[in-house]
Every structure is written in structure tokens, then in C-alpha cells.
Design a protein around this ligand. Structure first.
Ligand code: ADP
Ligand code: ZN
Length: 524
């Protein structure tokens, strides 16, 4: 019976001919009363996985969602389809709350969206006791992970639902989960016995590109003008200030850019978001506060001016591009400063040691993706535990970077840092160390008589840019570190020794002379 009526609901209510990918299987499982943990990439169609069962089963589907800002849109969209949906959150007045509660108890709702902090109140739990519940859907389930970037403490309380309503099926959904996060979600939400539905995370229409950062604003502008003129897209920056500056700089160049970050007042944020969703060709310059749950199919590019903290973050943010399946670009500028900045943020964070270690390893994985000479997509999918073939639609596939033996170059830098410390008791930043290697007789060198060091001029064969590149890779691999407490000066690490001693060969990435451009391949 389930099959027929699920498909019937899909056709009649949602107007779609058939289920996509694993939807059918998931829907059947939940209709049958089973618990499910669904991992599906953004845009794959998670919502129907709980909406259809909520309509087929008797009672109301209770949807836990952290995205208060989007509840209205979701409910409006459902109402338009004739689904009896409502939400309960802090934006409503009391009269409206009473009306929604009455409708729920009277069995007049198919779907009820509730924010987690609200759901766990005594009032709300008591309310749920008085109605009939078809299922619990826990959206953005990775918010239960304390290690993830979207942790919401209220999510930890959601395991109570199962204790209180053991017979109501629960479906937890997320677009972001490694094997480790998946285990954590199952554990914390009491979903040990749930069936897991894991979809492929590949987004073949997205072209991944990570370019070496030299003049980021210029690079962004060139990227936008040459490859995405007039397209809708998102530009992510780390700080609010940078969001503001970048948006302004783009506007000055005639690009329809708007800022979005948590420091803007709610009305401005809502207005900017609405424009981005409704109009064509708007570029949203934003912090990661923007985008969770945004369903805009024709976002043609996502650009990162700063390095995300983790591969999950990168995947989720870039995943907002090309949800319509048409070619889209995930573009990022990445440089030495990014590595230094992210490391510093971890060092200076207030988290405990375990948190810092976990953050550092997430950053390592992200750096590995940036520095790889292999297919970016293979790397990305590998991270999510999925094997794949070189894709032909990423920068490293289209313009393979050379791998070169950087052992000697690395030894030169490390010796320079070592000599400065050993012979002079001094530490310096990247710029000065490079000047010493290249044998530059500038004021600072003369003042410190660094031209007398044995390492002076031993690296004249490489350009300053090359040296920065080597330095970045050494720092990315923790073979050299930047000491934030000592004015950003360079210091050796545990790993430095093996390189200095010649115990290991270091293959480094050489940036392609000419970055891969969209028009160089129309295969996508
Ligand atoms: P997610 O939550 O996984 O990011 P959504 O549930 O928002 O994705 O769905 C993304 C888009 O795909 C929506 O516009 C949705 O209507 C559409 N969609 C989902 N399932 C189907 C289907 N079976 N047939 C056609 N369109 C679908
Ligand atoms: Zn590739």
C-alpha cells in the first residue's frame, strides 16, 4: 500500500513524476515505521523524504529545523501546494501560536516545523502529547555534532523524542557528514538502529578550482567578469569587515553585489536574501552565516576569498552552486596567509585541547585538498569515503600542476630559519627569510648583517613568488610553523628535522603557469 500511495502523493501533491535516487527507498522505509539516517548532498531532495511520509502516514509530521528564517518560506511553499503546514517559532505573536497549537491538536496539520529550542520546552512537549504524530524529521542533523561548524547545543536534547515517543519513526537528514560525523549523529540522537541511506556526494556539474592567491580582489574581479558576468553567485569571506569591503569594491566595478553577515540587522539581511533569491544576477558577498538551507537552483558560482575551516564546510558552501544541474564553478583563492590565519584561529580559540586537535586535523584535510596535485574531486569524495576516477572537470584535471622535488628548496628555508636562531638567537617572518635566501641586500639585511650568514643568497635560483609557494606548502604540511605569539615569525617543528637531515623526499606542487579557464573546456 505504501508504494502506491507515496507515488500518488508525489504526483498529486508535488507534481513530480517519479522519485529521485534513493527517495523511494527512504520514503517506503519511514512510511513502514522505520528510523532513517539520510545523507544526501545539498539539492538532492531531502525534504520529500519526510514530507511524503508525513502525508501518507496519519497524524502530523513534526520537523525540527534550526533555520527559523526559512520556516516561513517552507511553509508558504507547502501551503501553495495544498499541504496543511505551519510552524512554531519565536517570530510569532501569541494569538498565532495558539491557532497553530489548536490546529495541531485538532489533527488539521500535515506538517509542523519547530525550532529545536522551542520543541524541547515543556509547553511544546505537552502540546505534542495532545496530538497525533506521524513522524519526527530532524533536519540539518549534523548540528548535533560538537565538532562540526554548525553545532547547536539544543540538538543534544533531541534524543528525548525517542524516549517519549518510541513508536514514532524518526528521520534525521544532513548534507554534511563524514563517517565519523555519521556515527556521532547516530549515537547522539539515539539512532543506532536506524537504517542509513548514503547518497553519492559527487556534484559532477561543479567545476572545482583553487588558485594561488596573489591579488585576491583583482583575481575575483577577473573571475567574475571573464567567466560569470551577469550570473548569480555567492562570494564567501571570513570576516564581516571583509564582506562589507568586498561588496563595496564589487559594486564600484558595476557588479550587483550585496553584503550578508550576522552583524547586519535582521531586516537588511532578510531584504538582501530576498533579492538574491528572487532576482537574477545578484552576487551575495557573505560570511558563512549565509546559505544554510538556501534553495536557489541557478547559483552559477561560489567563490571563496578565504580558506574554509574544513572540507565539510567547503563542500557544503560550494554545494550551493549549480543545484539545477547546469555547469557551475566553485572557485577559491588560497595562499600562505590563509594557512597562517586558520592556524592562528585554532591556537587562539577558547576550546579545549581535544577541540584544538580535532580542528587542526580538519584543517589538515582542507589544506590537503588545496595542495593536491591529483584530481580535486577524487580528493573531495575520498574525504567522504567514496572512491572515484579523475573527473576531467576540475583545475588539476584540466591543467595538471607539476609535482617537483622540493626537498632541496625546503632544506634551504629550514636551514635559514635554523641558522638565524642558532647563530643569532633571532626569528624573522617569511618576507625577510626569503630576502636572505635570495641574497637581497636591503636595509634590514645590512642592519642585521644577515649577508654574513652562510645561507645568504643560496636561494637566488627561485623567485620570491616561488619561495612563498614553497613556504606555504611547508607550513601547510606542518614542516614549519608561524609563531603568532612572536609576531608571526617562522619556527621549526618536529617534522622539520627529518627534512633537514635528508630523511625524506618532499614532492611539492608547482602552480600551472596559466590557470584553467571555463572556456578552455566545454566538456562539462
Ligand atoms: P535538499 O534539502 O536535499 O538540499 P530539497 O529537498 O530542497 O533538497 O530539493 C531540491 C530541489 O529538488 C527542490 O526544488 C525539489 O523540489 C526538487 N526535487 C526533489 N525531489 C524531486 C523529484 N523526485 N522530482 C523532481 N524534483 C525534485
Ligand atoms: Zn578532476
Amino acid at each position: 500500500m505504501a508504494d502506491g500511495s507515496a507515488l500518488e502523493v508525489l504526483n498529486r501533491v508535488f507534481g513530480y513524476d517519479q522519485f529521485r535516487g534513493p527517495q523511494q527507498e527512504i520514503v517506503d522505509h519511514v512510511i513502514g515505521g522505520g528510523d532513517a539516517l539520510v545523507l544526501m548532498p545539498t539539492g538532492a531532495g531531502k525534504s520529500l523524504c519526510y514530507q511524503v511520509p508525513a502525508l501518507v502516514r496519519s497524524g502530523t509530521g513534526v520537523v525540527v529545523s534550526p533555520l527559523i528564517a526559512l520556516m516561513q518560506d517552507q511553509v508558504d511553499a507547502l501551503t501553495e501546494l495544498g499541504v496543511r503546514a505551519a510552524f512554531l517559532n519565536s517570530t510569532q505573536d501569541f494569538a498565532r501560536v495558539r491557532e497553530v497549537e489548536r490546529a495541531f491538536v485538532a489533527g488539521e496539520l500535515d506538517l509542523l516545523y519547530v525550532a529545536p529550542e522551542r520543541l524541547l520546552t515543556d509547553r511544546c512537549l505537552a502540546l505534542l502529547e495532545r496530538g497525533r504524530i506521524a513522524l519526527f524529521a530532524i533536519d540539518e542533523a549534523h548540528c548535533v555534532s560538537q565538532w562540526g561548524h554548525d553545532f547547536r547545543p539544543e540538538y543534544l536534547g533531541l534524543s528525548a523524542l525517542h524516549e517519549r515517543w518510541p513508536d514514532v519513526p524518526r528521520i534525521a537528514l544532513t548534507a554534511t557528514a563524514t563517517q565519523a560525523t555519521r556515527v556521532e549523529i547516530a549515537q547522539r540522537l539515539g539512532l543506532e538502529d536506524a537504517q542509513h541511506f548514503v547518497s553519492s556526494f559527487d556534484r559532477p556539474n561543479i567545476r572545482y578550482r583553487i588558485v594561488e592567491k596573489n591579488d585576491p580582489r583583482r583575481q575575483l574581479l577577473d573571475f567574475l567578469k571573464q567567466e560569470h558576468a551577469g550570473d548569480s553567485g555567492i562570494v564567501y569571506c571570513l570576516s564581516r569587515a571583509k564582506v562589507e569591503e568586498t561588496a563595496e569594491a564589487l559594486r564600484a566595478q558595476g557588479i550587483d553585489a550585496m553584503p550578508y553577515h550576522a552583524g547586519l540587522d535582521a531586516a537588511t539581511r532578510a531584504a538582501n536574501q530576498a533579492r538574491f533569491l528572487r532576482e537574477d544576477g545578484v552576487v551575495m558577498v557573505a560570511t558563512i552565516a549565509f546559505g544554510m538551507g538556501i534553495d536557489k537552483p541557478d547559483v552559477r558560482f561560489v567563490a571563496h576569498l578565504d580558506l574554509p575551516k574544513s572540507v565539510e564546510g567547503y563542500y557544503q558552501e560550494t554545494g550551493r552552486a549549480g543545484r539545477d544541474g547546469l555547469p557551475a564553478t566553485a572557485w577559491m583563492t588560497y595562499g600562505l596567509q590563509d594557512v597562517v590565519q586558520q592556524r592562528r584561529m585554532i591556537d587562539e580559540s577558547t576550546g579545549d585541547e581535544a577541540y584544538k586537535r580535532r580542528s587542526a586535523s580538519m584543517l589538515e584535510a582542507m589544506l590537503g585538498l588545496c595542495e593536491t596535485v591529483e584530481c580535486r574531486r577524487v580528493r573531495l569524495l575520498q574525504y567522504f569515503g567514496q572512491a572515484s576516477q579523475a573527473c576531467g572537470n576540475c583545475d588539476t584535471c584540466l591543467e595538471p600542476p607539476q609535482a617537483w622535488d622540493g626537498t632541496e628548496a625546503a632544506q634551504k628555508i629550514l636551514s635559514a630559519v635554523y641558522r638565524l636562531w642558532k647563530e643569532r638567537g633571532q626569528r624573522f617572518g617569511a618576507g625577510h627569510v626569503i630576502d636572505i635566501l635570495r641574497g637581497k641586500r636591503n636595509e634590514k639585511v645590512e642592519q642585521h648583517r644577515h649577508d654574513e650568514l652562510s645561507v645568504f643568497g643560496i636561494g637566488a635560483d627561485l623567485s620570491e613568488k616561488d619561495w612563498r609557494n614553497v613556504l606555504r606548502q611547508l607550513i601547510a604540511q606542518s614542516l614549519l610553523t608561524v609563531d603568532h605569539e612572536a609576531f608571526g615569525t617562522l619556527a621549526l617543528t618536529e617534522g622539520s628535522r627529518s627534512v633537514l637531515k635528508g630523511e625524506r623526499t618532499l614532492m611539492l606542487r608547482r602552480e600551472p603557469a596559466k590557470p584553467a579557464r571555463a572556456r578552455e573546456s566545454s566538456r562539462a
